[in-house]
Design a protein around this ligand. Structure first.
Ligand code: AHM
Ligand code: MG
Length: 279
């Protein structure tokens, strides 16, 4: 069952990768549910994911960052709802930086506790995909087929610090935490794309990515169903942790499908530092 969903996402990823390699992108006059102005490639990537997944028997419905509501199939026989951000990184795609697609596979209900697998595609110099279930599998597309390239695991402590959000709107405790990591020798790595920024930490085996509550965005920016829960699941399966400052992200309940949550993803050592700072 899950296999067909992963294969469908792999197919979608190849189509989106081809589109990204074509012309420049154009802003449309439309906005998505969060109020972001859409690019033609956002709309097209959404259509590809939606159409491919809704054909599958195992699917009950889909939920996208680019759609207002959950889309349910009529008389579905399947039980899974796939939530996805079809193209994360719209604000950097025009600069030709790496971008991604993020997905979470939920059993029956869109709730963190029902997440049974998640992953992302990274559109960079190479086309790659990460799928977390019991382990975190790394796939590379060789131009012809997807090849497994081992598993990703995190060490107890890393060297990378990827701090998101507008710095002038950070809390004092957050400023102190981020500065203390730099003073210890952590290096700044932040492209502004969640997928490449978190992929770097996973590939290098550790570090911290934060998108904290800020004075302008008390709930952070990143959306629970499409971005935060899928990455929380991946980081935990890789041996790291994912919290909102104090609480495990995958224990949190949400009220609306487009809700955002503050989030911290990292190795165990860095997450214990966050918990202390946010106590
Ligand atoms: P998007 O879904 O509109 O592309 O926004 C999500 C992106 C993430 O990829 C990234 O982590 C974050 O926004 C960066 O935000 P900021 O520019 O505020 O640091
Ligand atoms: Mg996004």
């Amino acid at each position: 069952m899950l296999y067909s969903i992963i294969t469908a996402i792999q197919k979608s990823a190849i189509c989106i990768d081809n589109l990204l390699k074509k012309d420049d992108f154009n802003y449309l006059n439309s906005k998505n549910s969060t109020g972001d102005i859409q690019l033609d490639i956002d709309v097209e990537a959404n259509r590809i994911f939606k159409d491919t997944l809704l054909c599958l028997e195992s699917i009950k419905g889909v939920c996208s960052e680019e759609e207002k509501e959950i889309i349910y199939k009529e008389n579905p026989s399947g039980v899974y709802i796939v939530a996805f951000d079809p193209l994360d990184g719209s604000s950097i795609v025009d600069s030709n930086l790496s971008v991604g697609s993020i997905f979470g596979i939920y059993n029956q209900e869109l709730n963190a506790k029902n997440l049974i697998a998640s992953g992302y595609v990274i559109y960079g110099p190479r086309l790659e995909m990460i799928v977390a279930q019991n382990d975190v599998h790394h796939y590379i597309y060789n131009g012809n087929e997807w090849k497994i390239n081992g598993n990703l695991t995190l060490s107890n402590k890393g060297k990378i610090n990827a701090p998101g959000g507008t710095q002038k709107n950070w809390s004092t405790k957050h400023k102190i935490l981020i500065e203390s990591l730099f003073l210890e020798g952590y290096r700044l790595r932040y492209s502004g794309g969640m997928v490449p920024d978190l992929h770097l930490i996973l590939r290098k085996g550790g570090g911290l990515f934060s998108y904290p509550p800020t004075s302008d965005m008390p709930n952070g920016k990143l959306r629970a169903l499409f971005e935060v829960f899928p990455f929380a699941f991946i980081f935990e399966k890789a041996g790291g942790e994912a919290i909102d400052g104090q609480n495990r992200l995958l224990d949190l309940e949400i009220d609306t499908i487009h809700q955002s949550l503050p989030c911290f993803f990292g190795s165990k050592d860095e997450i214990s530092r966050v918990k202390l700072a946010y106590k």
